[in-house]
Design a protein around this ligand. Structure first.
Ligand code: CMC
Length: 432
């Protein structure tokens, strides 16, 4: 077990002639935090931190990020070692249980996930209710929330484990069904002989008319992409999952809320926006310079999508891994690498441009993931769904950690009220 956080030193806050001593806690990687839990009770003050950029909302032993050094580790293991050597289900087990699985544990877990991939038959009718052009993200969020209606047993340790397996198992089936519905093709049932990523690719691209041969290199690439997305500590969607779960909402409801949070263009939706940006630049005769000029202009709304990160002030290690794999995948499927060329040109210019350098804006995971998804044949509006599939074990691990935390409390931030002070109601005829 990693070392627990322990009070190390104290911090003193002085205000209005009084001072208060607050405990400082230290994490296993040396991060320090002032514990302000007693601040309001003792001074009447709260802290304010818009966007929570400087607020630790929990103690967690799942994922460590050092944004300045470009480090990402799951349960202590560097992301590059996991991406190159482990399978997605192995990483899912690691995130949820805290240790790498033994051979027996991995076999049993894989069997369990494989046997839970089917959706209840009534689910196909559920999909029919959505318009054909529905974005697959709200379809997935609604479907995951709807799973609660099929699994209503009160939460116990045992059925909580089953819910975790179900979510990981059914997510690719739901994702592929959402896609098949949008293009008017019949749903493909999962096939138990296939591994996780191959099964998904077959459900996406196979039809009942002919056998679909999964390319093992592409399946492995997809598996690696899922690993890279599997957790990222207290980001917007994970914090949402924790916040919703803190009311003791069940795992399906909490994860469904996380999917909605992930849909936003500043979070998971960025990989879709990256491809749209690259395609726009291609249509405008490939002028990366012209686009960068607009991205820097404060009068323009354009941003260089796939660049910048709330936490990484250095190259996102996931982007570095993906950049290496782009060439392999593009060569394998034999598609033009025009978009990759534009992406690399944008990166090259941006990394020399004082605007991006001074703000420490580097490529993030979304900058290259879209190029690979596109090469794999994944439609652009499914990119965020791929992110959702990958993030599932992380959300589960964080939700579980929150539930098992002895200091667990419902999330309830404070505010600084800036509205009107008290005033009296006026009947409609007396309002000016
Ligand atoms: N292009 C141009 N300018 C940018 C960009 C960008 N991509 N990102 C940040 N800036 C500027 C921003 O205008 C601000 O400038 P100034 O100080 O002059 O006002 C400064 O850099 C700081 O930006 P911020 O918005 O305060 O930074 P943040 O930490 O709140 O936001 C971010 C982080 C990811 C939302 C932002 O960098 C962004 O919008 N990037 C593009 C969208 C994107 O790629 N999102 C995917 C994030 S990675 C996936 C994930 O882990 O969720």
């Amino acid at each position: 077990m990693p070392s627990q956080t322990v009070p190390q030193k104290e911090a003193t806050i002085s205000y209005d002639g009084k001072s208060l001593v607050l405990p400082v806690i230290r994490g296993s990687e040396g991060e320090t935090a002032v514990n302000i839990e007693k601040l309001r009770a003792q001074t009447g003050m709260v802290t304010i931190d818009p966007g929570y950029g400087n607020t630790g909302s929990c103690k967690s032993s799942v994922t460590f990020i050092d944004g300045d050094k470009g480090i990402l580790r799951y349960r202590g293991y560097p992301i590059d070692q996991l991406a190159e050597n482990a399978s997605f289900l192995e990483v899912a087990w690691l995130l949820i249980h805290g240790e790498l699985p033994t051979a027996d544990q991995l076999r049993d877990f894989t069997t369990s996930v494989t046997r839970h991939t089917l959706l209840h038959e009534n689910f196909s009718r559920f999909f029919e209710a959505f318009p054909k052009d529905a974005h697959p993200m709200p379809v997935c969020a609604a479907s995951i929330a709807a799973l609660t209606t099929f699994y209503q047993a009160p939460e116990t340790d045992e059925n909580r484990d089953e819910s975790m397996v179900r979510l990981i198992a059914k997510m690719p089936t739901i994702a592929a069904y959402a896609y098949k519905h949008s293009i008017g093709q019949p749903f493909m049932y999962p096939q138990n002989k296939l591994d996780y990523a191959s099964n998904f690719l077959r459900m996406m691209f196979g039809t009942p008319c002919e056998e679909y041969e999964v390319d093992p290199v592409l399946a492995r690439t997809l598996d690696m992409l899922l690993i890279l997305h599997a957790d990222h500590e207290q980001n917007c969607s994970t914090s949402t999952v924790r916040m919703v779960g803190s009311s003791r909402a069940n795992l399906y409801a909490s994860v469904s809320a996380g999917i909605s949070a992930l849909w936003g263009p500043l979070h998971g939706g960025a990989n879709q926006e990256v491809i749209e940006m690259l395609e726009r630049i291609e249509a405008e005769e490939g002028s990366a310079e012209k686009f960068l000029f607009r991205a820097k202009d404060k009068n323009e709304t354009a941003r260089l999508m796939g660049f910048g990160h709330r936490v990484y002030k250095n190259y996102d290690p996931r982007a570095a891994i993906l950049k290496k794999h782009c060439d392999v995948v593009l060569a394998r499927v034999g598609v033009s690498n025009k978009l990759l060329e534009i992406a690399m040109k944008l990166e090259e210019i941006a990394l020399k441009d004082d605007y991006f350098v001074s703000r420490k804006l580097y490529p993030n995971v979304d900058f290259y993931s879209g190029v690979i998804y596109k090469a794999l044949g994944i439609p652009v509006n499914m990119f965020t769904v791929m992110f959702t599939m990958g993030r599932m074990p992380g959300w589960i691990a964080q939700w579980l950690e929150m539930r098992q935390d002895p200091d667990f409390r419902i999330s309830r931030p404070r505010q600084i009220y800036t509205g009107h002070v008290q005033r009296d109601y006026k009947p409609i005829g007396e309002r000016g």
